[in-house]
Ligand binder design. Sequence first.
Ligand code: NAD
Ligand code: UDP
Length: 315
Amino acid sequence: MPQTSVVTGGAGFLGSHLCDRLLADGHRVICVDNLDTGTLENIEHIRNGQFEFVQHDVTEYVDVAGPVDYVFHLASPASPIDYLRLPLHTLKVGSYGTHNALGLAKRHRAKFLLASTSEVYGDPQEHPQSETYWGHVNPIGPRGVYDEAKRYAEALTMAYNRQQGVDTHIVRIFNTYGPRMRPHDGRAIPTFLRQALEGEPLTVFGEGDQTRSFCYVSDLIEGLVRLINAEAHEPVNIGNPGEYTILQLAETVIAVTGSTSEIVYEALPQDDPTVRRPDIGRARELLGWEPTVGLEDGLTMTLATLRPQAATPAS
Ligand code: NAD
Ligand code: UDP
C-alpha cells in the first residue's frame, strides 16, 4: 500500500516540485489547490493514476477519501504582489486554511508540515536569523497580512501539537527560486530573468543594498521531505546562507543571461526587509541538511527552462 500525501498549494511553484518528488518516492499524491496563483500547467505532466487534483479553497472545510499519511500545507499567496492584492484572503488562508489543514491531519493521524516563512522575522534586528529570534514585524503595515498570517499559523500548529498531539513540523522557508515561477509573479528572480531575456531594464527597488539569500528549489524540497519525517516540532529554517545584495543579484542575472539590459532604480516598497540570511545550524544538526546548488548554477538551470518561450535577449 503506497503512502498517501496531501499537498495543499500543490499546483504552485514549490508545491508542484514537491508533488514531483513525492510521486518519485512512490507516494499517492492528492493536490488540493484553488488555482489562485498556481496553474494546471505545473501539474499537467503528473496527472496519472497516483496523482489526484482537487480544485478547492482550503479556507473551506477540507477532507479527502481514504487514508492520509502526510499533509504538506503550502497553500497561500507567497509573492508580495499577490498578498498585497489579496490581503484578506491571505489572512484567511493562514488562519482558516491552516486550521482546516491541521484538522485534516488530526482526523487521519497524518504527519503535518506547515510552510512558514523567513517573513516571520520581519525586518530583522538579528543577523543572520536563527529560529530562536522572535522577529521584528510591523503588524499593521502592508506586509503584515502575510507575516502575521504565517505567525498565527505557526502558533496554531504548535497548539495542535501540544494540545491535540498532532505530529506537526514547521519550516521557515527563505527566498527560494527555480523553474515554474511565473514570469510576472513580481518576485525578484523571475522578474529579473524575464526583464533580462526581453532586453528590458532590470527594476532594482531602493538602492539595491538590501540583502536576500536564495535557495534553489531542489535543495528546499529535500529539506521539506527530511523535516516531515524528523522528530523536531520546533520551527526549522531552510534556506541557502549565501547572501547577496539585490544589486548583486541583478548583475548576476545579467551575466548569466548574457543580456545587454541596464539596471534602473525604483521606489523601495514599504517595510521591505533590509537584510535576510538564514542560520541553518538547526537544519544541519537535526536533518543533516545542507544546500548544494549555488546561485549561478541555480539561475542557469532556471534559465534553461525559460529560454524556449522567452524572447531572444537583445544583442
Ligand atoms: P505559489 O503562489 O506558486 O504557490 C501557492 C499555491 O497555493 C498556489 O498554487 C495557489 O493557487 C495555492 N493557494 C493559494 N490560496 C489557496 C487557497 N485558499 N486554497 C487552496 N490553494 C490555495 O507560491 P510558492 O512560492 O510555491 O509558495 C508555496 C508556499 O511556500 C507558500 O505557503 C509560501 O508562503 C511558502 N513560502 C515560499 C517561499 C518562496 O521563496 N518561494 C518563501 C517562504 C515561504
Ligand atoms: N525587488 C526588486 N525588484 C523587483 C522585485 C523585487 O528590487 O522587480 C527586491 C524587493 O524589494 C526585495 C527583494 O528584491 O528587496 C526580494 O524581493 P522578492 O519579492 O523576491 O522577495 P521578498 O521581498 O519576499 O524577500
